[in-house]
Design a protein around this ligand. Structure first.
Ligand code: TYD
Ligand code: MG
Length: 452
């Protein structure tokens, strides 16, 4: 008979303890220890996938062809993975509810017609999956669907069907009969992921796990989940906008600096080849408070419209609010403007908005943010043919940014005539650009150029 064991598991970091504790001794979180029961295996269980035939091998004995990447038939997805999915790898796809994780997974399953795929959904019934597939409008009879949450049943189906690619939507719905706690708990997630990992490595099946994320944006469940998988991907965006960004936070088989941009519309997700064209409106009218930033995400440069509104505060405490840009950084930039450039904005409401619901963390956007604020403050438009890139330091200096050549090339490609960049930028081919480049070291110099 198997033995039932009780432990207390921290829902934040996954550490277990024999007795309940108010504060997790490992991560220091309060009230996160939850009682979980699991059955200790006695060794008599029939896990035919546990017995392995793995043998030690030298590098020369390993055939690289065995690990030929599988094509997902979605270019943006392939790129983030580093060229396709490696057989036997585990990919974790996280994201907020409704962002499009299931849609992306289903679209991959249906598009990659050359792969034998098994799509396991614990969240949607087969009929609901069919309705979604009809929306996406791709037919693929090689792809099999299964509505199941029992880990043992899923592993049996995988052994029987022998697919090349398995999608699990989502890892939080799985439950193993050997563990006596609810689906979604740390021990269930750990057990499910661990056994899927063993199966994947042994049978060279690629597995995509969809994971929910918690309020603070991390993948729900223990950190060990992120440790055991080969790739952790995050699907993000603003639900009210149609743009979605796919990025990888960890990738054992590729770079983590690539991003993929998608647009969600009535027929599923569509790859966006040139994000700049969508993020800059094509109107010719010049309005105050608008500037164009040349920014970079990962290694991908693009241009984005920054809007600012500066108005006299109606109430005692002025409001500072920004969408897509860190409000604390905005406050810092305003302090720099006040102290170093002499603009008095303390009694003004300031609102910042970036186009398309996109969040930018590249500090190279600072100069465009400041320009938009000043443009709105003095009510003078900035030419639509001008764009900005540069990080602003606490002394009001404009500091060089990375990949400046790529940024200039992108601005030039989109037909910009003038670009303000930091002084001291290391340009590789300064003379060959068709765009006028102003190198500015201080904010006042940059503004003289723009508002002259
Ligand atoms: P979904 O993939 O279910 O999100 P997740 O699995 O991350 O929770 O995406 C659901 C959203 O996407 C939903 O709000 C409807 C929208 N959607 C479209 O706009 N077009 C489509 O073709 C599909 C399938 C979904
Ligand atoms: Mg879903």
């Amino acid at each position: 008979m198997s033995k039932v064991k009780t432990t207390y598991v921290c829902q934040e970091c996954g550490i277990d303890s024999a007795k309940w504790l108010g504060k997790c001794p490992s991560c220091g979180a309060w009230n996160t220890m939850v009682e979980e029961k699991f059955t200790k295996p006695t060794g008599n269980e029939k896990y035919n996938y546990v017995k392995t035939n793995n043998k030690p091998a030298s590098l020369s004995q390993i055939e690289p062809d065995k690990y030929k990447r599988l094509d997902t038939c979605i270019n943006e997805f392939n790129r983030i993975l580093g060229g396709g999915i490696i057989p036997g790898s585990l990919i974790l796809l996280g994201g907020e509810p409704g962002i499009g994780k299931s849609t992306l997974a289903l679209q991959t399953a249906l598009k990659a017609k050359q792969l034998k795929t098994l799509y396991v959904s614990g969240e949607e019934s087969l009929e609901q999956l069919k309705i979604r597939a009809q929306r996406i409008n791709i037919d693929n009879d090689a792809c099999l669907f299964l509505n199941e949450t029992s880990l043992e049943a899923i592993l049996n189906h995988i052994s029987h069907e022998q697919p090349q690619f398995v999608i699990i939507d989502s890892v939080q719905t799985l439950f193993s009969e050997t563990i006596d706690s609810v689906p979604g708990s740390v021990s269930q997630i750990r057990e499910s992921a661990g056994r899927l990992l063993r199966m994947a490595k042994e049978k060279h099946i690629a597995v995509l796990l969809i994971g929910h994320i918690t309020k603070d944006g991390t993948i729900a469940g223990p950190k060990v989940l992120e440790h055991i998988v080969d790739t952790v991907m995050q699907f993000e965006g603003d639900n009210r906008h149609s743009y979605r960004i796919l990025r990888s936070n960890k990738n054992r088989f590729g770079s983590t600096s690539e991003i993929g941009i998608f647009e969600m519309n009535a027929s599923g997700l569509h790859e966006v080849q040139n994000p700049s064209e969508l993020l800059i409106p094509h109107s010719a009218e010049e309005l105050s408070g608008v500037s164009i930033a040349c920014t970079i995400d990962g290694i991908r440069p693009f241009l984005i419209e920054v809007q600012a509104l500066v108005s006299t505060a109606a109430y005692g405490t002025p409001q500072r609010s920004s969408t897509g840009f860190d409000t604390r950084r905005l406050n810092m930039l305003l302090a720099v403007l006040e102290k170093r450039v002499g603009f008095h904005l303390a009694a003004k409401d300031i609102f910042i908005n970036l186009a398309g619901g996109i969040k930018i963390i590249d500090p190279g956007i600072d100069l465009a943010i400041i320009s938009a604020i000043l443009s709105s403050n003095v009510d003078m438009p900035i030419s639509r043919a001008t764009c900005f890139t540069g990080e602003v330091g606490l002394t009001g200096e404009i500091r060089p940014v990375d990949r400046i050549d790529q940024r200039i090339a992108e601005a030039e490609k989109l037909g910009f005539k003038h670009m303000v960049i930091p002084k001291g930028s290391k340009l590789q081919s300064a003379k060959s650009y068709n765009i006028k480049i102003t190198q500015a070291s201080k904010l006042d110099k940059a503004f003289k150029e723009v508002f002259a």
